[in-house]
Design a protein around this ligand. Structure first.
Ligand SMILES: [Zn+2]
Length: 221
C-alpha cells in the first residue's frame, strides 16, 4: 500500500514536470502509454522469424517518427518510451540470457556532434531488465563512416567493414552478448560488430533493435 502510494505520487510528480505526450505527434496521452491511438494504429510488429537478431517492430509510421525525433531533435525524453518499445522484443530472444549488453557505438566525432549515443540510452534499461552488465565502452568505432542511411544497399557492408574494434582492456571471451541499436536496415552494421566480438571470443552474439526496415532480415554469418 505504501509502495503504491509512493509510486502514484512519483507518477504525478513526473506528469506535472513533463506532461505525457505521444512519442510521434506530441498529442497528450495517458501516462504509461507511448503513442496516441491514431499513431498507435500505424505500428506494425515485426514477424517473429529471427532467432538471434530480433526487431520488435517494422520501421515506419509512428515508430519511425519517434526514432527520428529522438536522434535528430532535442527529445531525450523519448529515451524511456523508446526503450519500452525495444523491450517488447526481449521475449523473442532465444537461448541463454545475455551476460553483457553493448550498444552499437558512434564514432567520437559523431558523438560530439549529437551529444549522446541513442543506442546507449536505449541499451541501459535493457541491461537492467536482463540483470546483465551494461558495457557502453566495450566496442569502439575506429572510422567515421558516412551515415548508413545515406548509402545504397551495396555500399553499406563495405562502409562498416573494419569500422569496429573491441576496446582494450575489455574481454568478451565466453560472454553471451546482446548488441542494441535503434534501427536495422541491411544488418551490415550489426554483422560488423558481431564479427569483431566473435573474433575476440564471444560465446554468442545476438542483437535487439526497435525496428527493422523491409527486407533487412539478418542472415547470421
Ligand atoms: Zn500521436
Amino acid at each position: 500500500m505504501l509502495y503504491a502510494f509512493a509510486s502514484l505520487t512519483t507518477d504525478l510528480a513526473a506528469a506535472i514536470l513533463s506532461p505525457a505526450t505521444c512519442a510521434a505527434c506530441s498529442t497528450s496521452i495517458a501516462m504509461r502509454t507511448v503513442f496516441c491511438s491514431a499513431c498507435a494504429a500505424s505500428i506494425v510488429f515485426a514477424p517473429d522469424d529471427e532467432a538471434n537478431h530480433v526487431a520488435a517492430f517494422m520501421y515506419g509510421g509512428a515508430v519511425a517518427e519517434a526514432i527520428t525525433a529522438f536522434k535528430y531533435t532535442p527529445r531525450a525524453d523519448l529515451a524511456r518510451p523508446l526503450a519500452d518499445l525495444l523491450a517488447r522484443g526481449l521475449p523473442r530472444l532465444r537461448g541463454a540470457s545475455p551476460h553483457v549488453v553493448i550498444p552499437v557505438p558512434l564514432h567520437p566525432s559523431r558523438l560530439a556532434e549529437r551529444g549522446f549515443n541513442q543506442s546507449a540510452l536505449l541499451a541501459r534499461p535493457i541491461a537492467r531488465a536482463l540483470d546483465a552488465t551494461f558495457a557502453p565502452l566495450a566496442l569502439m568505432r575506429t572510422r567515421n563512416t558516412p551515415r548508413q542511411a545515406s548509402l545504397d544497399r551495396s555500399s553499406r557492408a563495405w562502409n562498416v567493414d573494419g569500422a569496429f574494434r573491441v576496446r582494450p582492456p575489455y574481454r568478451v571471451q565466453g560472454a553471451h552478448i546482446l548488441l542494441v541499436d535503434d534501427v536495422r536496415t541491411t544488418g551490415s552494421t550489426i554483422a560488423a560488430c558481431e564479427g569483431v566480438l566473435r573474433e575476440a571470443g564471444a560465446a554468442s552474439v545476438r542483437s535487439l533493435v526497435i525496428a527493422r526496415t523491409d527486407g533487412s532480415k539478418h542472415d547470421a554469418p
